[in-house]
Ligand binder design. Structure first.
Ligand code: NDP
Length: 343
């Protein structure tokens, strides 16, 4: 039986595919074009356990019908990672909300229609964006956990792309849990969501390191591309987790029965962009003197200035240590430096 993964070309998804293949799963991935599918197949050395299917824009609620009709009888696990993650949009509703929500509803409905007898576990890549409260992001007394939901309204969602993205993840995840309730008794699959904070870490394939990286790694890349004159804020910028841990959490979502019905809030620690600069200056002599200077004064260690996270429940469920910021950044930036995409 196979694991089906939507958006297999994505930054996080590639690490999940890699993890699944290493554990000898048969994997069916989706890409938006044949060209992207061929590239991924080649990157995975045409591994016979990997096959690719083309699924177009997931704004179409029926986007997954054809593939579920064709391959559904082979699929035991579904991992839905595809969703727009960028802020470069002009129409928030059309470019962020609709694909996120329709993609989630659509894939669950296609499973119900065409793979109801075979699919046992579904893992959806949600986000900390579905948990946080943008209006209280800078409230250090606020402690958020797996139990919280982003209260973002539709009006706020449409006011700027950041709020729009957070709403897209909130509404999509809600749609998934609602689907489960609405279809109680008529579907057999169990649901887990993975809710990561900012995901850093190396690209699975170094050749994918370009001048501009995926949205979350671009936070690190911006520091790599900074100059000695750049002054970075000492404020805390957010929380981070390594992509390899996020991939492991997805795989736990299909393997570990204790994860059924859970939201896995994946976060290692708070960080500020100044902390990133400090690690880079200390560990990359080729960057020191070119990028923003070190400054030992940063607020992230004490997690000052932003809301806090209590993800002890997730950590207990997963049972492994998350990779620390220094290790994560060294691995992320070594790749950038090796590809000579610097300064
Ligand atoms: P990527 O941009 O690398 O991957 C996104 C994937 O979704 C790509 O495969 C992309 O296809 C696909 N996709 C996007 N929009 C559509 C659409 N309209 N129709 C079909 N496919 C689409 O980002 P990440 O790997 O970082 O993100 C993966 C998931 O993780 C997303 O759900 C994101 O919200 C979530 N997430 C990410 C975090 C992070 O910090 N990176 C944090 C929390 C959650 P294509 O390659 O063709 O563009």
């Amino acid at each position: 039986m196979s694991a089906f993964i939507s958006g297999a070309t994505g930054f996080i998804a590639q690490h999940i595919v890699d993890g699944l293949l290493k554990q000898n799963y048969k994997v069916i991935g989706t890409a938006r074009s044949q060209e992207k599918a061929n590239k991924l197949m080649k990157q995975f050395s045409n591994n016979p356990n990997l096959s690719m299917e083309i699924v177009g824009d997931i704004s179409d609620v029926n986007a997954f019908d054809e593939v579920m009709k064709k391959r559904g009888s082979e699929i035991k696990y579904v991992l839905h990672t595809a969703s727009p993650f960028h802020f470069n949009v002009t129409d928030i509703e059309k470019e962020l909300l609709v694909p996120a929500v329709n993609g989630t509803r659509g894939i669950l409905n296609s499973i119900k229609k065409y793979a109801n007898d075979t699919v046992e576990r579904v893992v959806i890549t949600s986000s900390f964006a579905a948990i946080l409260d943008l209006n209280r992001f800078n409230d250090n007394s606020l402690v958020l956990s797996e139990a919280n939901w982003n209260p973002v309204t539709k009006e706020e969602a449409l006011s700027n792309p950041m709020a729009g993205y957070c709403a897209s993840k909130t509404y999509a995840e809600r749609a998934a849990w609602d689907f489960l309730k609405e279809n109680e008794g008529s579907i057999k699959f169990k649901l887990t969501t993975v809710n990561p904070v900012y995901v850093f870490g190396p690209q699975l394939f170094a050749e994918d390191v370009k001048n501009v990286l995926n949205t979350s790694c671009e936070v690190v890349n911006q520091v790599v591309q900074s100059t000695i004159d750049t002054t970075l804020p000492v404020d805390c910028s957010g929380q981070f987790v390594d992509v390899r841990d996020v991939a492991k959490a997805h795989i736990a979502g299909i393997q570990n029965d204790n994860c059924i019905g859970q939201r896995l809030l994946c976060s290692q620690a708070a960080f500020g962009v100044q902390d990133i600069a400090n690690v880079l200056n200390d560990n990359f002599p080729q960057l020191k003197g070119k990028i923003a200077k070190s400054n030992p004064k940063t607020n992230a260690v004490e997690n000052i200035g932003i809301c806090q996270i209590d993800n002890s429940k997730t950590k207990e469920l997963l049972g492994f240590e998350f990779i620390d910021l220094k290790t994560c950044l060294i691995d992320t930036v070594s790749q950038i430096v090796e590809q000579k995409i610097i300064g």
